[in-house]
Design a protein around this ligand. Structure first.
Ligand code: BGC
Length: 595
């Protein structure tokens, strides 16, 4: 891949800064902590880091409420520390991508404070969406929009004389006032913010709610509020004028130097066509493909999601695949729950953070390992969320009084929210210093870790090639070695609908979604590169850690697992590999810590 197109096939590791590693002992992760753990990221083989927002913020939504776009929050470090991280990572061939939250800021941002102190109709208020209320005394919100986090999307301010005044729009928490992107002053300010960080070596930005920045002209009422249809309020999202912002940002990124700076959008829109509109040559480089993330563990559904994503973007702008992030329940937990085969709403940003119900953790880990093998086989960028490489489950049992997510707070505890995927990482088995998250003797970690986190510590897995960490390392290394530049993926039609078979060149990935083993024949005697199920280390399918091993023409793929192999023979049209069910169930998976 050319330097210019580094992002095409990149493995990008998402760092939730607050929870990655705490170097200074205040119980909160920081930039120095990331620098201290670069060896972990190098060994994993990642090409870039995406840092969740680490600018100055009152942390009502943990950094997605920014008070100063040109400074790092003191809890995380300072601008010099960010530059040190960019340099240290760069020396190891790892780029740093930051998060740009430009739909809204914090109520503590200087502009919002100025707006509160100014009159209705003033230049200061015109940077936000202030409106008079409805009703005889302006006591009703200007329209019926609902916030993504629950409750009305409007909050009324109190004027200097103590009387109730206008209302301001917040698509999320009341602490996150929306900018008015139809105001040219807002657009000019963000050009300057991007330039500020590009000048410090940042390789690009992940753009928060990239489809939401412009609202429908006139802020019309949402008919769905009365019909109870819920979900998507079209007037809040995906307005045609939003594209002008990305044309502008792309130009800023192009003039920042060589290679041009990368832009990847978080875009939840109901149709593939709507997503495609953001991926033009002069707009975003990539958009996350959330389609795999919202699909259940089902071969047909996963295949259809992959085909949709590939059809959508084609070769020029390969997808950015993601199975989890800081907004959704962790993969092993989702896959260990009863699978919902209903159609997910592709525009519902937080549905995947809502699931409850019993979890079969061993099954979830087994499927998540197979899902990683599938994801890492695909052309395009692959985003890994910190802790995924450790097989870390969601912490569903956080004490109520520890939870901090505004979704939890605003729903009065009805929605669990996203704290459970943000619990600080376990680095060591020793509970001192929050299992190595903090130095010994540090303050309590900002979210408490359960005792069973020790079972997933990086230290425990580091030297075990069959651990989940060992598997990720091997898959990422193989991806770089065998698949970088290997071209498009072809999905093969096998006789068994529950085995998904993909090929890139002569490398093949087989994923068995069934609850029983399957035999696959037709690829000739080949070389096994990796297998995700521990019992594959038996005679029939050699261990993942050992040297690459030849396999017979008939390969057994255990239940809920995946293999990568180099095929000795590739199927021609009409000569497709066959599969058949294998009698009996596979060896039980090793015990893992239960929650
Ligand atoms: C981010 C969330 C955040 C929200 C508001 C999202 O899409 O990923 O974590 O709460 O935007 O900024």
């Amino acid at each position: 891949m050319s330097e210019e197109q580094w992002w095409h096939d990149a493995v990008v590791y998402q760092v939730y800064v607050r929870s990655f590693r705490d170097a200074d002992g205040d119980g909160i992760g920081d930039l120095a902590g990331i620098r201290a753990e670069l060896d972990h990221l190098v060994a994993l083989g990642v090409d870039a880091l995406w840092l969740n927002p680490c600018y100055v913020s009152p942390q009502r939504d943990h950094g997605y409420d920014i008070a100063d776009y040109r400074a790092i929050d003191p809890a995380y470090g300072d601008v010099g520390e960010l530059e040190a991280l960019v340099q240290a990572a760069g020396k190891r061939g790892i780029r740093v991508v930051m998060d740009m939250v430009a739909n809204h800021c914090s109520t503590e941002h200087a502009w919002f404070r100025e707006a509160l102190a100014a009159e209705p109709g003033s230049r200061e208020r015109a940077r936000f969406l202030f409106r008079d209320g409805r009703g005889a005394h302006g006591e009703l919100p200007p329209n019926n929009w609902q916030s993504v986090f629950g409750g009305p999307a409007w909050t009324r301010v109190t004027d200097a004389d103590g009387r109730p005044g206008q209302w301001y729009l917040h698509s999320f928490d009341p602490g996150q006032p929306d900018f008015d992107w139809r105001n040219p002053e807002v657009a000019a300010e963000f050009d300057a913010v991007l330039e500020f960080w590009f000048a410090r070596g940042v390789a690009g930005f992940r753009i928060d709610v990239a489809h939401g920045m412009v609202k429908a002209d006139g802020l019309p009422d949402w008919p769905g509020a009365d019909t109870g249809e819920g979900g998507h309020n079209a007037a809040m999202w995906d307005q045609p004028e939003v594209h002008a912002i990305y044309r502008r940002w792309r130009a800023v990124g192009r003039s920042a130097g060589d290679p041009e700076r990368y832009l990847v959008g978080e875009i939840w829109v109901p149709s593939a066509g709507a997503l495609r509109a953001y991926l033009r040559d002069d707009e975003l480089h990539q958009a996350f493909s959330f389609d795999l993330l919202v699909q259940p563990w089902d071969a047909g559904r996963q295949r259809a999601a992959i085909e949709r994503a590939l059809d959508l973007v084609g070769e020029r702008t390969p997808p950015a695949w993601t199975l989890s992030n800081h907004d959704v329940h962790r993969t092993v937990t989702r896959y260990g729950q009863a699978q919902d085969l209903g159609d997910p709403d592709p525009s519902d940003m937080i549905a995947a953070a809502r699931r409850r119900g019993p979890v079969d953790l061993a099954l979830g880990i087994r499927r998540a390992r197979a899902a990683a093998a599938l994801q890492l086989f695909l052309p395009g960028a692959v985003y890994l969320y910190q802790g995924e490489e450790l097989g870390l489950p969601e912490v569903l049992g956080l004490p109520d009084d520890a939870r901090q997510d505004p979704i939890w707070v605003r729903s009065g505890g009805a929605e669990l929210g996203r704290d459970g995927c943000r619990v600080p990482l376990p680095w060591r088995t020793d509970p001192a210093g929050a299992h190595g998250f903090s130095p010994a003797g540090a303050a309590r970690s900002w979210l408490p870790q359960p005792a069973w986190f020790a079972d997933f510590a990086a230290e425990r897995q580091r030297d075990d090639p069959e651990s989940t960490l060992g598997l990720y390392r091997r898959l990422v290394a193989l991806r770089h070695e065998m698949l970088d530049g290997a071209g498009p993926v072809e999905i093969l039609d096998l006789a068994a609908p529950d085995v998904l078979a993909l090929r890139r060149g002569d490398v093949v990935c087989l994923v068995n979604f069934a609850a029983a083993s399957r035999e696959v024949a037709g690829f000739g005697a080949g070389r096994l590169l990796a297998a995700t199920a521990p019992e594959s280390s038996g005679a029939e399918a050699p261990e993942i850690s050992g040297p690459e091993t030849s396999v017979a023409d008939v390969l057994v793929v255990p239940a809920d697992s995946a293999v990568w192999l180099v095929a000795a023979r590739l199927p021609a049209g009409g000569d497709l590999p066959t599969t058949r069910a294998r009698e009996g169930s596979s060896t039980p998976f090793a015990e893992v810590a239960a929650q």
